[in-house]
Ligand binder design. Structure first.
Ligand SMILES: [Zn+2]
Length: 461
């Protein structure tokens, strides 16, 4: 068993300036694992990759500017590109930056709040915390802290709730731009069943969303999201205003919550007795479509799943949140059987970690409780390319030529059990399963977003 890193090669690093890569082509060398399609033919033998997923124990990822040029076996690619500057990360596993399809930027300080399920948890912890973002200085500082934590977990693309305050979304976009992150966010709409400090008339929410579109839509990697909190937070007038805005902006992303908790489902049934189901309330308002993401989707029936699939809406699977808040078990097989789009969500602060690895570990357990085994290739796909495709984001979540160079170097880190497990076998796919079972953000050795290194030690000369 060996847990030490192989020796670092002496390839030229003179082109690096202030720790940042050269302007021409350069490469990362290490074990590579990435998905180019949904995996098929998954087996228990983790030394071989299913179709759709690629692995190289000694791989090379060639990058220029903010783009991937090519990925493949190191020896062959180096022979074809003599003199290529190489940042040698052998001993680490390089995977595409993670895609978090559901997270709440203002809720990092809500994590690990004791003793409540969804509706009490919102009242007791979440709403008071979000109300504090009325102070713009706090909104700016906490947004920056959130983005730094996201990067430290290896997440380079996220669809995030902001707060009701327009300045929170603006600070998030500015901070994401400075860090090279792909961020989708927007002001939260809520005008009932919450504290007065968070109540915003629908016309005001619409104006805030419109102003954000004007300032940020199409700028760099920013994408504005229409964000009704969930049905109980929105009056019929708010939902109608949302519906009009969605219709006027057919390409706008949408995010909300559905069918997370039994008490919530019963509440929506009382609020909308005419609707067949909770999900159908959104359908009636034209809020189910490609680019619309609904967190949780636990209490959906077959007709609901068909509706998700037919409309092209996405379910955000948030296993750590669903376990922590005692909400229930997401049925991935039902979603897949219906042909619905699915992404992975940390749902911090209901979720307990921004790490896609920890979230996948919880996903494995949630699914195993239902007799479904989450293969590491499926987990990788869900946390990278699958999430990106579910959000309709091109050039994201993979190492195809032309993809944006978002890369995470994962290492066995300080956990002695994981270090021992890592040394038992050498397959990148097997290492990824060990990471998703035993790992977290402590396993992030380095992160590159849009081709620039943002986290971790600079290259070793
Ligand atoms: Zn949520």
């Amino acid at each position: 068993m060996s847990t030490s890193s192989p020796p670092i090669s002496a390839r030229p690093l003179a082109a690096w300036s202030d720790g940042q890569p050269p302007s021409g082509p350069w490469a990362l060398r290490g074990a590579l694992l990435w998905a180019e399609a949904a995996p098929t033919g998954c087996s228990a033998d983790l030394s071989t990759c299913p179709t759709g997923v690629h692995q190289h124990e000694d791989g090379l990822l060639v990058i220029e500017g903010d783009k991937i040029i090519e990925a493949g076996p190191a020896e062959a690619l180096l022979a074809a590109r003599p003199g290529l500057p190489v940042d040698d990360r052998r001993g680490a596993l390089l995977v595409p930056g993670f895609v978090d399809t559901h997270v709440h930027a203002p809720q990092i300080d809500v994590t690990a709040s004791f003793g409540a399920q969804l509706l009490d948890w919102l009242e007791r912890y979440t709403f008071p915390t979000e109300a504090g973002f009325a102070d713009e200085g706090r909104a700016a500082a906490d947004s920056a802290a959130f983005l730094d934590l996201l990067l430290a977990a290896g997440t380079t693309t996220a669809m995030a709730f902001a707060t009701v305050h327009p300045h929170t979304s603006a600070h998030l976009f500015a901070g994401a731009e400075a860090r090279g992150l792909q961020l989708l966010t927007g002001p939260v709409w809520m005008d009932q069943h919450g504290p007065p400090a968070l109540m915003v008339p629908p016309a005001q929410s619409a104006a805030a969303t419109a102003a954000l579109i004007e300032a940020w839509q199409g700028r760099g990697r920013a994408k504005v999201v229409l964000t009704p909190r969930f049905v109980p937070s929105c009056t019929r007038e708010a939902l109608a205003t949302c519906a009009a805005m969605a219709a006027a902006h057919p390409d706008l992303h949408i995010q909300s919550h559905v069918a997370e908790n039994r008490a919530e489902v019963a509440w929506v049934a009382a609020l909308f007795p005419e609707a067949r189901s909770y999900l159908e309330v959104y359908a009636r308002h034209g809020l189910l479509r490609p680019g619309a993401v609904y967190a949780h989707c636990i209490y959906l029936d077959q007709a609901d799943w068909r509706l998700m699939a037919e409309t092209g809406a996405t379910a955000a699977f948030c296993p750590s949140s669903n376990l922590f808040l005692g909400s229930g078990l997401f049925d991935l097989a039902a979603a897949r059987a219906a042909g619905a789009r699915v992404g992975l969500g940390s749902d911090v602060g209901g979720g307990t970690s921004l790490s896609a690895l920890r979230t996948l570990g919880d996903a494995y357990k949630v699914l195993n409780l239902q007799g479904q085994a989450l293969h590491p290739a499926e987990g990788l796909h869900l946390a990278t390319l699958g999430g990106a495709e579910a959000l309709g984001l091109p050039c994201t979540g993979s190492f195809r030529a032309g993809d944006t160079a978002d890369v995470v170097a994962l290492s066995p880190g300080p956990n002695p059990l994981l270090r021992r497990r890592w040394g038992l076998r050498s397959s990148p796919l097997d290492h990824f399963f060990a990471l998703m079972t035993l790992g977290d953000e402590a396993n992030t050795a380095a992160v590159w977003a849009a081709g620039q290194q943002r986290v971790g030690a600079p290259p070793t000369p």
